[in-house]
Write a protein that binds this ligand. Structure first.
Ligand code: GTP
Ligand code: MG
Length: 301
């Protein structure tokens, strides 16, 4: 009966290689948008909220699984699942309490577990920030790699935007990080980097950041890498990173060996002690442009 009312699929055991789970109101919004944007590859989407009304009003397409208990999610994670992305906005109850629990479930099943979370504005009050800080500490212990988007740092310089816009910006970043993480695995790769290679970067990666930039043509790659290394989405410049992953996606044009070598050497020059892995991906939908993602993991907490 309840299933008919809510019109949702009951979670099945069968899952994809990648599962993206939104937890709590903000996390579910970001994952829903991600689904609508459409990422290439076989991906399962799950929304978890204890608030039945929130799930109900979302009018989700039936391809997204809706869950109200953590054990439903536990049942869904099968041996086929190799990577789980957990997206949540910390500060409320649902996300802050359940994201670490769900992350631990996934990691206990030896699934590569990545957290992508936001930290609230200071003005949301002491209790909210304390709750979010506790959740971050727990999450840090339960995931392999953790991306933290700090609302305050992100919007510190532009206090005159309305709150809805500020949240939309955060949603956009959560979505972008999840999208790029997924693309490193799902997009066609020219230089035979496979999932175990990528896993090495993120396993026990701890605090991580991501930079994204676009070059109009191959001559602009270094400039774009420099922009990405500023990590503007995170507003922090990591001093030391354990590992760096560069994902250069080309469309209809391809970068020459020289251009790739210059790019790799430049990043190595900026982060000399880090282990570096680079992926040359292909996505003709970006036309003549080149898209660059740089991820740094293993940062000091
Ligand atoms: N990015 C984003 N953040 C939001 C949004 N709404 C609220 N937030 C932030 O996320 C934090 C948690 O809010 P929710 O995600 O709504 O909370 P929840 O996890 O559902 O928890 P409860 O509703 O309290 O059970 C808030 O303190 C805000 O900082 C949103 O639409 N987008
Ligand atoms: Mg809620």
């Amino acid at each position: 009966m309840i299933k008919e009312i809510l019109k949702f699929d009951t979670p099945e055991k069968k899952t994809s290689f990648i599962t993206i789970i939104g937890i709590g109101g903000g996390g579910c919004t970001a994952v829903h948008d991600l689904y609508e944007q459409g990422i290439k590859g076989e991906i399962s989407y799950v929304l978890f909220d204890t608030d039945e009304k929130a799930l109900q009003k979302s009018s989700m397409p039936c391809k997204i699984k809706l869950c109200k208990t953590t054990s439903e999610i536990n049942d869904m994670l099968s041996e086929e699942t190799k990577m789980v992305l957990i997206v949540s906005c910390f500060g409320g109850d649902t996300g802050s309490v359940n994201a670490p629990i769900i992350a631990k479930m996934a990691r206990d099943k030896k699934i590569l577990t990545i957290g992508i979370v936001s930290f609230p504005f200071q003005s949301e009050g002491h209790y909210t920030t304390i709750r979010a800080s506790d959740a971050i500490l727990k999450m840090h212990d339960c995931v392999d790699s953790l991306f933290i988007i700090n609302n305050e740092k992100l919007h510190g310089d532009c206090k005159n935007i309305i709150l809805r816009e500020a949240f939309k910006n955060t949603d956009h970043i959560l979505l972008n990080v999840a999208n790029r993480m997924t693309e490193t695995i799902t997009l066609e790769c020219i230089n035979s980097i496979d999932f175990p290679d990528i896993k090495k970067v993120f396993i026990k990666g701890g605090i991580s950041v991501m930079g994204i930039a676009v070059a109009d043509d191959a001559t602009g790659i270094i400039c774009a890498v420099n922009e990405a290394l500023d990590f503007p989405l995170f507003n922090i410049k990591p001093k030391n990173a354990k590992d760096i992953l560069i994902h250069l996606i080309s469309g209809t044009e391809e970068a020459s060996m020289n251009e790739i070598t210059d790019m790799v050497e430049y990043v190595q020059y900026c982060y000399p002690p880090s282990d570096l892995i680079w992926i040359i991906g292909k996505d003709i939908s970006i036309g003549k442009k080149f898209s660059i993602t740089v991820i740094a993991t293993g940062l000091e907490f």
